[in-house]
Structure formats: structure tokens, C-alpha cells
Ligand binder design. Structure first.
Ligand code: CLF
Ligand code: SF4
Length: 291
């Protein structure tokens, strides 16, 4: 049965008003591949940087269960098991398998999934079936002309698409998938990477669109300038506050995002147990995750 938004707000640090009452999350990096090509996504191997998507160790679903057990022993405040990469959670089947196992072993944890949304219409029933409580979809634009400046292309139904066509497919699937997820009773959050040079004047339109679809929370994440968008600048606090205030007229805005790595573990902005539970020996391609 779907949990009420009130219950989720009390137990989920990324849906809470304020700092989330000291609750924590563990991210399980089980999803290696991606099916789209965001221009800001730097697929590098690194275990030093502290930014979204960067993770040094891909887990199997069984390993994810063991890691969760260790994390809960070290940090009983953890209330959420999240999967946010390092690739897309629907590009491979590992995330859904992991949630199934986590649900059986740790029924007390909220299950939180993050995706770029390309395959959401196809998998939303399965997402519901494995008991995902909260879903985040990263929507950087709802206008294909803007989206194509942020995303180079997609791999969809066995074919590579680029430009406007790719942007149209991605946006259509994201919005349709979000609508279906809301209809299924899943609590949905949308993330947008705020790129002042590209989507500054468009974010309010995104907020209006997703608010009308029944999205419960909106997270506007400042760009970390890198890869093909290294020419853009990171928005400053004033720009971020301004855009959050504007967007907040149409949907609740989350303001405490830590731009977590795909293998983050602990309390947001507090106790961090990731280094104790993840070994650093296996390094893989890393990406900007969706949080
Ligand atoms: Fe993780 Fe994301 Fe779930 Fe939270 S993070 S998958 S919704 S449990 Fe939270 Fe971290 Fe920001 Fe994400 S602070 S990057 S919004
Ligand atoms: Fe894929 Fe996420 Fe990187 Fe975009 S940011 S290319 S969705 S892994």
C-alpha cells in the first residue's frame, strides 16, 4: 500500500521540510550503465571527488543487501535505501532486483529510486510492484529546444537519436512516466540541474508543468560545470534562491540537497559512514547521478 506523503515527510530526508529531523539515507551503487548523454555528465574514474554520481564501487544486488546491513549497524538513523546511479537505474535491471531484495530484508526502510525517466513509461508498473515509495526524475527542460542544449542524445528502442528528436522522446517519456507514477500512488520528486546560461528562464515553466502533474517536491540543483558544459558557470546563492522562490509558487521546493554521490551513506550534512562501508578497490566509470 502507498505510504502517505505525511509519513514520507517524517521519514525521508529529501522530502522533509527543513533538515529531515536527523534521518539518513544509503545509496546503493548498483546501476552501471546509462542510456542518455547529458552534456554535464563526466564519465571519469575517481574516488576522491565528492559530487553526484561519482562512485568507486559497483555492487551486485546481493552485495547491496549486505552493505545496507552494515550501514544500519553503523548508522541506525538511516531510514531510506536509495539507488541513484552511477548510471541510470532503468538502463539495467539491477536496481529493481535490489529493491525487491531490500524490501524483503529491511521492510522498515523507504525505497527511493532516481532515474532520467527515459524508460519510466515502460517500467512504472514494475517500480510500483517492487514497492518503490519515492521516485525522483531528473527533468532539465520541458522544451525540446532547451533540452537539446543539455542532452546530446539517447539510446532508445535499439537506436541512437540526437538533437530535437532525442529531446522530444525524452521529455514525452519523462512527463508521461511521471503522470503514471503519480497515478500509481508513488511520491514523485523532480530534480532539475540549474544551468544559468541554458535553462534559467525556463525553470519556472518546468515547475508549473510538474506541479500540475502532481509532483510533490522540486529540487533545483546547481550545475557542477564539467565535461561539455565546463564553459557554463555554477549559479551563485542569489541566483539559486531567486529561482527557488519563483518555482516555489507552483510546487514545494527542497532546499537542503547535498548533491550526494551515488554511494553516499549517512545523515544529510551530518554523520557520513560511506568510507566505512564501501571499499575503494573496484573503480568504475562514474557519472553525475540524479539524486
Ligand atoms: Fe538519495 Fe535522492 Fe532518494 Fe534522497 S538523495 S536517491 S531523493 S535518498 Fe537528497 Fe542527496 Fe539531494 Fe538527492 S540530498 S542528491 S535530493
Ligand atoms: Fe546518464 Fe545521469 Fe549521466 Fe545523464 S547525468 S548521462 S542520466 S548518468
Amino acid at each position: 500500500m502507498s505510504k502517505s506523503f505525511k509519513e514520507i515527510q517524517a521519514r525521508h530526508p529529501c522530502f522533509a521540510k527543513g533538515h529531515g529531523a536527523g534521518t539518513g539515507r544509503i545509496h546503493l551503487p548498483v546501476s552501471p550503465g546509462c542510456n542518455i548523454f547529458c552534456k554535464f555528465c563526466n564519465r571519469v574514474i575517481d574516488d576522491k571527488e565528492n559530487r553526484p554520481g561519482v562512485t568507486s564501487n559497483i555492487l551486485t544486488p546481493d552485495e547491496a543487501v549486505e552493505v545496507t546491513r552494515r550501514a544500519l549497524a553503523l548508522c541506525p538513523e538511516i531510514t531510506v535505501a536509495g539507488i541513484a546511479g552511477p548510471g541510470d537505474t532503468l538502463a539495467t535491471h539491477y536496481a529493481l532486483e535490489t529493491f525487491e531484495k531490500i524490501g524483503k530484508e529491511f521492510p522498515q526502510l523507504l525505497k527511493c529510486m532516481s532515474t532520467n525517466g527515459l524508460l519510466l513509461p515502460k517500467y512504472v508498473e514494475e517500480i510500483k510492484e517492487v514497492g518503490v515509495d519515492t521516485l525522483t526524475v531528473t527533468v532539465n527542460a520541458v522544451d525540446p529546444r532547451i533540452q537539446k542544449q543539455i542532452n546530446k542524445g539517447i539510446v532508445y528502442e535499439g537506436k541512437y537519436w540526437d538533437g530535437l528528436e532525442a529531446a522530444e522522446i525524452l521529455i514525452t517519456n519523462q512527463l508521461y512516466g511521471i503522470k503514471k507514477a503519480v497515478d500509481y500512488g508513488i511520491t514523485v520528486k523532480v530534480n532539475t540541474v540549474f544551468i544559468p546560461e541554458i535553462n534559467k528562464d525556463h525553470i519556472v515553466t518546468v515547475a508549473k508543468t510538474i506541479g500540475a502533474l502532481g509532483v510533490k517536491m522540486y529540487n533545483i540543483i546547481p550545475l557542477i560545470p564539467q565535461h561539455e558544459l565546463s564553459w557554463c558557470k555554477e549559479p551563485n546563492c542569489m541566483e539559486l534562491d531567486g529561482i527557488r522562490a519563483e518555482a516555489g509558487k507552483y510546487v514545494d521546493v527542497f532546499r537542503h540537497c547535498q548533491r550526494c554521490r551515488a554511494d553516499a551513506a549517512g545523515i544529510l550534512g551530518g554523520k557520513d559512514v560511506s568510507k566505512q562501508i564501501y571499499t575503494r578497490s573496484l573503480q568504475v566509470e562514474s557519472t553525475f547521478s540524479h539524486g
